[in-house]
Design a binder for this molecule. Structure first.
Ligand code: C2E
Ligand code: MG
Ligand code: MG
Ligand code: MG
Length: 278
């Protein structure tokens, strides 16, 4: 079989790639058609570690399907980045988040900001500052009402441009979190010079922090580093009371995870904000 394979293997490989490419193109077409009318934002509360009171909400994209299921972001964000669709989808997210913040104001929760995930492609290829400014204006939002979450790869790719965009966001009253912190390769000396406000410790380090000495050391180091830079620190993926206790005892400022509330539609979140958790 293998002996006469070379040409065949290549042919088989080409066919597989072509099929995959066709699938991806079909999916991209569906996303393109869906942007303004099928996507939804879910929201997940971020709470103060000390007393469980809400601090902000993170907006998370959901793509509901006709059968009641959802296609998760992990299955479409990358494709959107590869095809440039993320620019239009990202614009929709910013406006939907601004509209949600307006609703929070009406519901008496106006002090909660909404965090919007921004992909690197969007960060470097759209006029992000103008899009946020426009959304803030159209929905009559106060400074500080919206917030941007970036990953390390966004910042490291083009440091000078990243710095400039972050400064302009700040001038617009939009603070910036570094998402999934600890999973990238940022140099500490570089991070120190960025106008950052929040570090979000990636959930891989939080997962077994109270029993795994290695993760505990990493979390302690990230907390100490972040606090020495004057940043607020959020732990992601908090699922158990043991994790929450450890984080609170070690000075983590805010927590997010299934223990504190799962992502849900805004009205459901609003109804839950008053509940005492954990
Ligand atoms: P992320 O920004 O790090 O968001 C946190 C992810 O962790 C979310 O997954 C959330 O549902 C999940 N999560 C929250 N608490 C827990 C927990 O206790 N345990 C576990 N196992 N997971 C938890 P989701 O919603 O599937 O989003 C995945 C990623 O997709 C996000 O990671 C973000 O990078 C990206 N994403 C989501 N919405 C957007 C968006 O509007 N724009 C862009 N560019 N990316 C987005
Ligand atoms: Mg995020
Ligand atoms: Mg994250
Ligand atoms: Mg993450």
């Amino acid at each position: 079989h293998a002996a006469r394979a070379e040409g065949n293997v290549v042919a088989w490989f080409d066919a597989a790639v072509t099929t995959r490419l066709a699938d991806r193109l079909r999916l991209a077409g569906r996303i393109h058609a869906a942007i303004d009318n099928e996507f939804q934002l879910y929201f997940q509360p971020i709470r103060h570690a000390s007393d469980g009171s809400p601090a902000s909400l993170e907006a998370l994209l959901r793509w509901p399907q006709a059968d009641g299921s959802f296609i998760p972001p992990s299955e479409f964000i990358q494709l959107c980045e590869d095809t440039g669709l993320i620019l239009a989808l990202g614009r929709w997210v910013i406006r939907a988040a601004a509209q949600a913040q307006r609703r929070l104001v009406e519901a008496g929760w106006g002090e909660l900001s909404i965090a919007v995930n921004v992909s690197a492609v969007q960060f470097f290829n759209s006029d992000l500052v103008a899009e946020f400014a426009r959304a803030q204006q159209d929905f009559g939002l106060a400074r500080g009402a919206l917030h941007v979450e970036l990953t390390e790869s966004s910042l490291m790719r083009k440091p000078a441009q990243a710095m400039q965009t972050m400064q302009r966001l700040h001038e617009q009253g939009i603070s910036v979190s570094l998402d999934d912190f600890g999973t990238g390769y940022s140099s500490m000396s570089y991070l120190q010079h960025l106008p950052l406000d929040i570090l979000k410790i990636d959930r891989s380090f939080v997962a077994d922090v109270e029993t795994n000495p290695r993760n505990a050391s990493i979390c302690r180091a990230l907390l100490s580093l972040g606090h020495s830079m004057g940043l607020t620190i959020i732990a992601e993926g908090v699922e158990t009371p043991g994790q929450l206790d450890w984080l609170a005892a070690h000075g983590c400022d805010q927590v997010q995870g299934y223990l504190l509330g799962r992502p849900a539609p805004l009205e459901k979140i609003i109804a839950q904000l008053d509940e005492v958790v954990a």
